[in-house]
Design a binder for this molecule. Sequence first.
Ligand SMILES: *Cc1c(COP(=O)(O)O)cnc(C)c1O
Length: 388
Amino acid sequence: MTEKRSPATIVATAGTRADSGRASVTPPIWTSDTYRWPDSDTKPPYDYSRTVNPNRDLLADALAELEGASGGAVTGSGQSAALLALLLLPAGALVVGPHDCYGGTYRLIKGLEEQGKLRALFVDQADDEAVGAALARQPALFWIETPSNPLLRIVDIEKRAREAKAAGALVIADNTLPTPCRQRPIALGCDLVMHSTTKALNGHADLFGGAILAADPALVEKIHWWANAAGLSASAQDAWQTLRGLRTLPLRVDRQEATARKLAEWLSGHERVLEIHYPGLDSFPQKALADRQQSGPGFMISFRVKGGNAATGGFLAALETVTLASSLGGFATLICKPATMTHRGMPPEAQAEAGIHGDLLRLSVGLEEPEDLIADLERGFQTSKRGA
Ligand SMILES: *Cc1c(COP(=O)(O)O)cnc(C)c1O
């Protein structure tokens, strides 16, 4: 394929010509662990499923085309994709990450640092001075995650990728929140992109998966080598199911984002809302950067409820349509309280410094009717008001 295809076409056609045996339009699931050799000297293209599998290849090809990458590996979780990225580094390498990065990424990098395998530095990537000082220490890997979770802070990918590459670092972006339908980090200068496909890419909240994709074919080779050596690859069943979910990604993101815009507008005018973070609002401090870098503000919103901790508890208890759960990007609208749920591993001082207060709630907007979601959230506000 030479022409640049739209995401909708990529996902609708992925794998539809893959079954050379029976010409099924929906790809089969190749669950076999092993493959017959024509003779002992001729290695077939598929030989052993830890190393290579047709369902993983179909998903990796679709994800690579969506991200503008040359290829990559499909792994058993987002965390195993992150581990695969770190396995590319030499012992003792310095990794520079964002101070407000995903908790699991922080835990993994810190854990490896404590064992002496890596060195880690977490900085505010909006701060030129802090980034400059970190790059002066010649990191091997510069880790970007934007928009951040839960405050949706934006990092200027093009600028930071340029600076980090000039300092000799590989640059990776965790593109889980925006999805390739809204942000394409490789086009902005990154070497690697990783995903938790558990989230919006699968979109149906019924499996764990990850992916890591690279622009440079030599890097893709290294990724495959390590995925095989460490046994980090996804099962055929999960890869097949993720491709099935991926087929509706562009539709889901459009709809979830349209609903998120409505909810954000409504929340921003609500008397019980202290503060709201959503890149699509004119009041969002980094709106210009978000508009330049993303093709839309996405489906994540975070906001603070007036009345502190007590009001937040009453609000959450009253919800009937919106579910109190961590995770994001799926069909169902989920709400969580980062301070005690997704970010509970972060010490209170670090939470305060990052702006994660006890009254902050994070909303992952799903596929329900916007008016029904608004009615549910209003029920929460009314209940918490009576209780307060
Ligand atoms: C969920 C998530 C991960 C980890 O993915 P798992 O599939 O849960 O292992 C990494 N980064 C981000 C931004 C995530 O939301």
